[in-house]
Design a protein around this ligand. Structure first.
Ligand code: URA
Length: 343
């Protein structure tokens, strides 16, 4: 049997805060420690990478620990990150290093847990006014930290709402899903509720302008366009207009309103793709149900999409390395075995 030294310290564990505020130890980490006590000579299964496909080294570590990419860059330059393939350390780690199923990765000598913790945190927050949509504001203004602390350290906001804008902010711990929800190619619609001064009729030419696209000063003159724009309520003093966007440029709705000369009194988001804010009060959180998570995936093409995109990226990466005369034999044979490489 292969032997590899057990790290004397516990595996890195992406810690989770329990509702009591005490740190929970994942069951598999407790099991690993038990194994360690029982036998010093065993290879710890928990240390070996469990992966569907080869994954970039920094992403592999960042998905399983609290290390960020920048810190990992520093550690890697100092030689503090190692990979073992079949028990043998890889001599030189390149910035393009990939981790394969079964490899063991160590940071400063401590093994990174092989399994990725389950991505299970999906929440909506009704963001109150005057809160900055960031985990930690550099100017010490009210930010999302109090809510992120309640949810857990792996969750992050999907996009932003301006400080003055209220409403639905998704906070999840799944980078693939967040990327697709924000990328206009995947067409996830976000619905905004605009409170506008004065009467807006359904035939108002300013709504038509928003649908046709307005120049908000974006690079290359690319127009900002609403997918839909409809009057929800109207009156002589103020009107409520619903606008849907698939894009998410900075202050896009506000800039579009300024351009068409709508006087915007308030902006609120009440829907993101299939997820409705519902009756969540300002400042409150609601955990999404399984059905809503499935629907979010459905609106960006399904759960298989990130895998297909990742496979395509690996093929491009292998081709790139070949062009540079640095073929990665391990990667090519992984791709070949899945019919993704060669004829
Ligand atoms: N568009 C804006 O102008 N502000 C937001 O917060 C969101 C969309």
């Amino acid at each position: 049997m292969l032997r590899c030294n057990m790290a004397s310290e516990p595996l890195f564990t992406p810690w989770k805060r329990s509702t009591s505020g005490v740190l929970d130890t994942p069951a598999w980490a407790a099991r690993a420690r038990q194994d360690q006590e029982q036998s010093e000579e065993r290879v710890s299964v928990d240390e070996r990478a469990i992966l569907e496909r080869p994954t970039r080294l920094f992403k592999y570590i960042a998905d399983r620990t609290e290390w960020g990419h920048r810190a990992l860059g520093r550690l890697s330059r100092r030689g503090s990150i190692t990979i073992e393939v079949d028990g043998e350390p890889v001599r030189e780690i390149s910035p393009r290093e990939l981790v394969f199923e079964g490899d063991v990765v160590r940071v400063e000598g401590r093994a990174v847990a092989g399994a990725r913790p389950g991505a299970s945190d999906h929440w909506v927050l009704n963001k109150p006014e005057d809160v900055i949509s960031t985990a930690s504001d550099t100017r010490d203004r009210p930010d999302l930290a109090p809510w992120l602390e309640r949810i857990g350290p792996r969750a992050f906001p999907v996009g932003r709402l301006d400080r003055e804008t209220t409403g639905l902010l998704l906070m999840i711990d799944d980078g693939d899903l967040a990327y697709m929800l924000l990328h206009p190619d995947f067409h996830a619609r976000k619905r905004y509720v605009l409170t506008i001064t004065g009467d807006v009729s359904p035939e108002d030419s300013r709504l038509v302008m928003m649908l046709e696209g307005v120049d908000i000063g974006a690079k290359g003159g690319v127009l900002a366009r609403a997918e839909s724009a409809a009057v929800f309520e109207r009156g002589p003093e103020r009107s409520i207009v619903h606008v849907e966007l698939t894009e998410g440029r900075k202050r896009q709705v506000r800039r579009m309103c300024r351009h068409v000369r709508f006087r915007l009194e308030h902006l609120h988001r009440d829907r993101f793709g299939p997820v409705h804010l519902g009756d969540v009060a300002p400042g409150e959180l609601r955990r999404l149900g399984e059905g809503e998570i499935d629907a979010l995936w459905g609106c960006v093409g399904g759960r298989a999409v990130p895998g297909e995109r990742a496979d395509a990226a690996l093929v491009r990466h292998a081709a790139f390395l070949r062009e540079r005369d640095e073929p990665n034999a391990r990667l090519e044979s992984w791709l070949t075995a899945r019919g993704l490489w060669g004829e």
